[in-house]
Design a protein around this ligand. Sequence first.
Ligand code: ATP
Ligand code: MG
Length: 797
Amino acid sequence: APSAASPLLANLNDEQLAAVTLPAGHALILAGAGSGKTRVLTTRIAWLLQNGYATPGGILAVTFTNKAAKEMVARLSAMLPVNVRGMWIGTFHGLCNRLLRAHHKAAGLAQTFQILDTQDQLSAIKRLCKQHNVDDERFPPKQLAYFIANCKEEGLRPANVEAHDSDARKKVEIYQLYEEQCQREGVVDFGELMLRSYELLRDNDPIREHYQRRFQHILVDEFQDTNKLQYAWLKQLAGNEVGGRFEARGSVIAVGDDDQSIYAFRGARVGNMTDFVREFDVQRQIKLEQNYRSYSNILDSANHLISHNSRRLGKNLRTTQGAGEPVRVYEASSDLAEAQWMVDEIKQLVRNDGFERKEIAVLYRSNAQSRVIESALFNASVPYRVYGGLRFFERAEIKHALAYLRLLENPHDDTSFTRVVNFPPRGIGARSIEVLQDAARAAGCSLHDAVSAVPGKAGANLGAFVAMVDVLREQTQGLNLRGIIEQMLESTGLVEHFRTEKEGADRIENLQELVNAAESFVTQEGFGRDAVALPLDEHGTPLAQSTVSQGLDPNAPVLDEPLKPASPGIVDADTGETLSPLAAFLTHAALEAGDNQAQAGQDAVQLMTVHASKGLEFDGVFIGGMEEGLFPHENSASDRDGLEEERRLMYVAITRARKRLYLSHSQTRMLHGQTRYNIKSRFFDELPEAALKWITPKQQGFGSYAPNSGAGGAYGSGARGQFGFKSETFASPPVPVQKTTPSHGLRAGINVFHTKFGEGKVLAIEGTGDDARAQVNFPRHGTKWLALSVAKLTIVD
Ligand code: ATP
Ligand code: MG
């Protein structure tokens, strides 16, 4: 029987211990906020590794955000001397990306496929609609993007979408055209990452079987917010339909809290939990009932509030911590006053109570609320950091720079082409671009290839642009990532352009930051780590690997040595071809939350939407804008399901707090240029009076919620709009740079021979040991990046 003797297990309560040491098999852990679900998952991985029940390569863990993945990896490396790079820990999107890079051929993609973020996707749709004369009043591009994302989340390709009227048929037609455009340009959006990798597993028996054998242990956090496709994806990895019945193998552990399901509007299905129990024939369900996070005033507030929801699976949550401070409630006269109050309280917390700024969060229901709070913090010189605002990699100047880099990787990326063809301005007008687009469509080729078909001065200007990029591609061969970016910034005139702009200094600084981001990507994270090999034989059949878990052997020795990486991070087993550092970096940029690196370590107050705060915890939490129409949001307050989701959202917000919780509402608020008069949220009436302390005198009449009062207002759909697809690449802690001398004996300039590509010249070497790669120019096959541990190169001269 497992004992708590091991230091790993020392602090767990009985239920947690049972969950961590579950024998192989499927299990559901259903438990409330702060009960240690995530901690149990992390500790279980460590326990499996430490006892030899699994190797790093045998583990796949899905987290909800990149931040969570990073934290899990960091905690694991603190617990065990383990090389975490062989483990597949990340978000659904991050894992799908990894899978698709490894099997790009089988998935019908170029190895260097680029990822469209939500912004790129929208501009791609706009471009397409323009080309096909789609009426954008009738079919707003945003709606189309939403429609396409929804179809993909439902697992539907255009051919499978049912369309009953002409509008619906038109949408499906656009979906089809959009797919063709993406395929032609070698780009995938976030929905496609998920759907494509699902189809890859579904349709490719050897690949599916390989991963089923490999991932003996699948662990999923925040399971209540998985959607239909994500669940189907997990099922592909976990087992097969046999005679109409699903037969699961290995060990899948799902962890969730039905009360924290807050993504129904994005297709999340709490029903996945009950399906999971049924389809996986789950024998073990564990409930965790002790909350370790919050003082009881905070926990009581959360419990009280959520008890107003009707459809719940039912759990209890208690704490042994004391009552703590009461929850403070403030009524402000305006949103400005509310923000000022927050700033004053934050300063006090820092000055008098010794709180770290980064342990204080301000949460809001809608993104639009952040601006006023930001400016109050700014004026008071309190450092702060906004999550999910404009992310670093989404800033205009960065997007321009990335577009140039993407063109270096793939000249046929029309989205990037369009973005920078006239940026910095080089006299190529909208009309010229239309002519070019028509020519490309007529010839069925990329914009790059259609340039020669454009006559006159426009053609000459376009030709000069293409030549500049082509020359740059030549020039940057053999340069390291930093060199490539610096050369690009120089040759394209981007930096020069911003020198003459009014606010250009900031932008140049950001471009410099891009160089830094690339640098730390290469040294810390090790490029190409998203592409992991599945060695295939010449028939495309995966070879057996040593990474399969050894199963649950009670006599397995405790590991005291660092584990070897399960896979060296390579793609094609027969050629050894791998992602270039540039391609790997571009992937990282598309998936990375991309917080400004310079801000990362700063002790700053954290601003984010409630949605973004899931799974996180802070000593002090402020929840602003607790007003009817805003929280609960007016779009949701009218129907019961919507209201229950709002309440769960509030439950998530409250349970982020460890020590102090502050709630506020304001009588007036400026929104969309109008002053709105608001009454306080009905949620105040659902909190236990004994846990609250009203800082402003509680008012009678005015300010309390009355149903059907008609108040609330046009708050737009900020919270929906802001939720893009925030997932990122894999997180791993800094990998120390090895200081060994290269054993391969290669260096730039010498000639080598490759069995498939023939003779070529080495242009550059990056990385060491198992990660060493060479960039080689083969006269017949072009420039390739090869993983030296796989590609057997012989030195010719
Ligand atoms: P959420 O539902 O918000 O995601 P969770 O159930 O995942 O919460 P964790 O984040 O794992 O909860 O844990 C909440 C806090 O309680 C963390 O700070 C964690 O370290 C701490 N904790 C969990 N279990 C224990 C324990 N047995 N002893 C001490 N602290 C614990
Ligand atoms: Mg958690």
